[in-house]
Design a binder for this molecule. Structure first.
Ligand SMILES: *Cc1c(COP(=O)(O)O)cnc(C)c1O
Length: 349
């Protein structure tokens, strides 16, 4: 027998490329094209470097209390992590321990099946309908938990709260996770439902709408019980997940509501401006409520457009997966970047 038989093997998630070259237009990982809030800059400038010799607060108190004030949720109903990826991974570990399969859409965030494989959680991918919509009845079957993003990624489609609540009503014996990475760009958050459903976890992030992907800050809201279980798992894993700069700069971003609203509005305005331009060029796409558009061309292949864009210094995201291989996920950049994209697409198609 070889030692390799005892290795936990997993096919890892592939993050979007972070190219080293400058001068490219990077529309592949849904980052914000604008800088973080000025309040973050100020917090960074006044950060006391000497404090780095000390461990951070294992309870992430300052960040949690800032989130508590901002969202008007008690501190013991908030959990924070190193990006929502960390929060979600911890939630999979904590809540998905059934022999029955957890359920998520067939077209969705491609990290879910990786965590399920890593933790040996059985899962069943539920096909979206032909318009990439979630069919709520498909989630009425016996299962070990439910997770879906809203708005969904990479489709960009948002479902209304009635649908989210319907899934909750039909799944009160398992934990239901709503991954709201893009909720600030459209749709209604399920946050108010945490008081009604003890088994609901709502996960959000500062990576997209707050322009802080580089800081790695994610958070979750849920019942006191749910958050308690998450903390037990976290403190059995790594007490100091959030570093000192993350705690300070994370709290600081919440102080500038105006900048945040303005940035989100700008991205939404650019998205709405780009939609008809893409349609004119022969692209079809679900009506995005996020900071990206998931588009395919009526005649030209996704692979060809992807490569042609790349050769022009524009990077978008594409997956060689069933049902979506013709699609490109295009992050909404600045107006100028999107104009360059549209000109390039004009040449290509
Ligand atoms: C980007 C993204 C995340 C993870 O974001 P973090 O940077 O880890 O906070 C989680 N879920 C979805 C659907 C995403 O698109």
């Amino acid at each position: 027998m070889s030692w390799e038989e005892n290795v936990r093997k997993v096919v890892p998630y592939t993050p979007g490329e972070q190219p080293k070259i400058n001068n490219i237009i990077k529309l592949n990982t849904n980052e914000c094209p604008y800088p973080p809030a000025p309040s973050v800059k100020r917090a960074m400038d006044s950060f006391e470097y000497e404090t780095l010799r000390l461990y951070p607060d294992p309870n992430s108190g300052s960040l949690i209390s800032a989130l508590s004030d901002y969202y008007n949720v008690p501190s013991d109903q908030i959990f924070v992590g190193v990006g929502s990826d960390d929060v979600l991974s911890m939630a999979f570990l904590t809540f998905f321990n059934s022999d029955k399969p957890i359920l998520f859409p067939d077209i969705t965030y491609s990290f879910y099946d990786v965590w399920a494989d890593l933790y040996k959680i059985p899962y069943k991918q539920i096909p979206l309908d032909e318009d990439f919509r979630i069919k709520k009845e498909d989630y009425y079957i016996e299962n070990g938990g439910v997770i879906f993003p809203n708005p969904n990624a990479p489709t960009g489609l948002v479902e209304d709260l009635d649908m989210v609540e319907d899934i909750l009503q039909n799944n009160n014996e398992v934990v239901v996770i709503v991954d709201e990475a893009y909720i600030d760009f459209g749709g209604k958050s399920a946050l108010p439902l945490i008081d009604k459903y003890e088994n609901l976890l709502v996960v959000q992030t500062f990576s997209k709408s707050r322009a802080m992907a580089g800081m790695r800050i994610g958070f979750a809201f849920g019942s006191k019980k749910l958050i308690g279980y998450l903390n037990d798992a976290k403190f059995s894993f790594n007490s100091y997940t959030m570093n000192r700069p993350s705690l300070e700069l994370g709290a600081a971003t919440l102080a500038d509501k105006e900048y945040f609203n303005e940035t989100c509005s700008r991205i939404i305005a650019t998205r709405e401006r780009v939609k008809p331009l893409l349609a004119e060029l022969g692209f079809v796409f679900p009506d995005s409520s996020s900071n990206f558009i998931f588009a395919k061309h009526k005649t030209v292949s996704g692979k060809k457009i992807f490569e042609e864009l790349r050769s022009r210094g524009i990077i978008v995201r594409r997956w060689d997966l069933p049902r979506i291989s013709e699609y490109l996920r295009i992050t909404i950049g600045t107006d100028e970047q999107m104009d360059t994209l549209i000109s390039a697409l004009k040449e290509i198609v």
